[in-house]
Design a protein around this ligand. Structure first.
Ligand SMILES: Nc1ncnc2c1ncn2[C@@H]1O[C@H](COP(=O)(O)OP(=O)(O)OP(=O)(O)O)[C@@H](O)[C@H]1O
Ligand SMILES: CC(=O)N[C@H]1[C@@H]2OC[C@@H](O2)[C@@H](O)[C@@H]1O[C@H](C)C(=O)O
Length: 394
């Protein structure tokens, strides 16, 4: 027998596993690395976050990825080179993190890698009737496996699409396994580049669980900060608080047809980008507003689109919203959300024992654990599949 398969078999049977989950999100701020210990699987999963780090990406790396990221026209050679480079670079960062934590790579049973999304094209975006939903994550898993010597599970989104989904949000599976509690109406809201949520009604009926992208999280705020202030993001909302919301622009932004589409749905910076802001400014005659007012309005837009979605789709008493992602650290966005949703209790996900910065990296570790020893779970209309491709070190 191929000894990789033997090794795989023995890992899958271990009662407790150490897994590294990796997330490199649309914000391109850095690589999130979560070292997790798992026992069990499915609804009996127990996990412990043993270590977590975000290793910031150097500016040059961000510039390289931005040349192809969410662009309809990109240099194919660059995409090909980045696919190999990112795999190898992520492996280097994992080894660096393990060394810092004094963890021998041999103690790690598996790595679960999201890769870097460079284009997300559900049918609603590409509109080609003969083509399916599609998405592309690069940073090849074989490079990670060979360089670290650790079994790597990668490319999680393709199975979801093959089984009828849009390839996202995969948060659904982790949120149901780790965040579901009978008797509590819960929303798990992740504000990353794109905002998404999972609605977990307290009666525990999986047919009523809803997980969907909502719209922009930080992506527009970050893009405008880069363009007008040469800053990667609006730290602690300093710029937003120095400006004023422009109501005309806010109304124009909120009239984007994506918000009228039925959930579950997915999106990305392919739609929510500087061109979309320019179009809304033109339509509302607000092209001359200051950079401060623009950032303030975009921050209000993030909060208003999330609140609008919650009001329309989430029913029930005593709804608790648990936030995560970098946007949970944006005080302006969170204060607006609290203003717009006075009935909801809004806290961050640490109250559930889930580190809000690590949540997505934990998700991929958990999906890796499921790929090794889980069973597909049926949750409403969502694909009941186990995801991820196995990449062997030798
Ligand atoms: N102190 C802060 N003040 C304001 N915004 C912040 C702060 N810290 C982080 N952010 C925002 O969070 C972003 C990073 O968020 P996160 O790491 O969750 O995104 P991501 O994982 O790349 O996104 P996605 O989930 O869409 O893939 C930053 O780019 C910034 O906009
Ligand atoms: C295609 C893609 O990379 N989508 C990301 C992105 O970032 C947030 C949102 O858009 C979400 O749908 C998804 O990531 C998380 C981890 C998810 O699949 O749940």
């Amino acid at each position: 027998m191929n000894h990789n398969l033997q090794h795989l078999f023995s890992i899958a049977q271990k009662p407790s596993k150490m897994g590294v989950g990796l997330m490199s999100g649309t914000s391109l701020d850095g690589l999130d690395i979560a070292l997790c210990k798992f026992t069990g699987n499915g609804l009996s999963t127990h996990f412990e976050l043993v270590q977590f780090i975000t290793i910031p990406y150097p500016d040059d790396f961000k510039l390289q990825v931005q040349q192809v990221f969410a662009r309809r026209n990109a240099d194919l050679e660059k995409v090909t080179l980045l696919n190999a480079y990112i795999g190898s670079y992520h492996a280097e960062l994992i080894l660096q993190a393990l060394a810092q934590w004094k963890v021998d790579p041999q103690e790690v049973d598996f790595i679960a890698s999201h890769g870097q999304t460079i284009y997300h094209a559900p049918q609603r975006l590409h509109q080609h009737k003969n083509y399916p939903n599609a998405t592309l994550q690069i940073g090849d898993g074989d490079h990670i496996a060979v360089k670290t010597g650790i079994l790597t599970i990668s490319d999680f989104r393709q199975k979801h699409i093959a089984a009828g989904g849009e390839g996202a949000p995969l948060a659904l599976y982790g949120d149901v396994l780790l965040g579901n509690k009978t008797g509590q109406n819960r929303v798990l809201l992740n504000i990353g580049g794109i905002a998404n949520l999972t609605w977990l009604p307290g009666e525990g009926d999986f047919n009523r669980v809803l997980c969907t992208d909502i719209g922009p999280g930080n992506t527009l705020i970050d893009a405008a900060c880069r363009k007008y202030f040469n800053k990667p993001f609006d730290e602690d909302s300093a710029i937003a608080y120095s400006g004023q919301v422009n109501d005309d622009l806010l109304t124009a932004l909120l009239s984007q047809p994506f918000f009228d589409e039925k959930a579950p749905k997915t999106t990305g910076p392919e739609l929510f980008n500087l061109a979309m802001i320019a179009e809304a400014q033109q339509r509302s005659g607000t092209g001359q507003i200051s950079g401060e007012d623009l950032i303030c309005t975009l921050s209000a837009f993030t909060a208003a689109s999330i609140a609008g979605f919650v009001k329309e789709n989430i029913t029930g008493d005593h709804v608790k919203i648990f936030t995560s992602g970098g946007g949970a650290r944006n005080p302006f966005v969170i204060a607006e959300l609290k203003k717009l949703l006075p009935q909801a209790a809004i806290e961050d996900s640490s109250l559930l024992g889930i580190n809000p910065d690590a949540k997505e990296a934990i998700l991929f570790a958990l999906l890796g654990n499921e790929a090794l020893c889980g069973e597909p779970i049926r949750i409403g209309v969502n694909p009941a599949v186990l995801m991820g491709k196995f990449c062997f070190p030798v």
